[in-house]
Design a protein around this ligand. Sequence first.
Ligand code: ATR
Length: 275
Amino acid sequence: MNILRAGVIGWPIEHSKSPLMHGYWLKKLGVRGEYVKIAAAPDAFEARVRELARDGWRGLNVTIPHKEAALRLADEASETALAIGAANTLVFQSDGKIHADNTDGFGFTENLIDRAGATWRRDQPAAIYGAGGAARAIIHALVGAGAAEVRLLNRTRSRAEDLANVFGPKVKTIEWGDDATALSGAGLIVNTTSLGMVGQPPLEIDFSIAPSHAVATDIVYTPLETPFLRDAARVGLAIVDGLGMLIHQGRPGFEAWFGKRPSADAALRELLLNS
Ligand code: ATR
């Protein structure tokens, strides 16, 4: 049997941890396959994807800045990818069609279930900081998971309002800085901004108003414990770091391309942390 091929395509792509992760799963699950980084500038993206599909590759993960273009070029798409308006996973089907999915929201909720499943009260309001692409995927997943209310805060309020309009009345915008309103009665508090990443200023929130059972989670995972998570832990909240979201978002693609179901085990976390 031929070797099964997949990869991650982006611009730039050097720093992607996905090859390490998929390589770990390929080895662990005994799949004869490979998963590589593919650099493609925006003007070369579509042609490169179609070339790989023609060459018999199984599919691709898609990262910045190509996620919207990936959805546009696909022949068919999941309801999730359509709702988010972007795709991070392409599957090249045996009938020649390209299928698009978005697994970022799945990765987010799976990570929460994995690391705080018993604590996370999914029917209670969620407070989301940031209104970029990641926030959009997360809000879609939270509404799907049964959140009654999503409170959205963004430095640029108009972006929060645009997102709220996409998802309807369950999503309410709150003034950036009004943590008291955002966190009152909240079951989940999420940083989707780039604040707290190595080299960036921290996201500083007054967690004191949050219920003691609330879970705080960050999509930033460099560093693993961001100032946001550290401050939340200091007042006794359960915290979930962002590394698991990276791991879980990769699982559906792996299964579609390579036919085996991978898991988020401790050794993989260690490998990614030490890379
Ligand atoms: P992505 O699509 O990957 O989520 P993005 O669109 O660049 O990334 O969004 C980054 C988020 O971080 C935005 O919500 C951004 O707020 P603005 O919409 O106001 O730009 C937020 N962000 C980045 N730097 C910030 C800062 N210094 N203070 C507050 N928010 C910041």
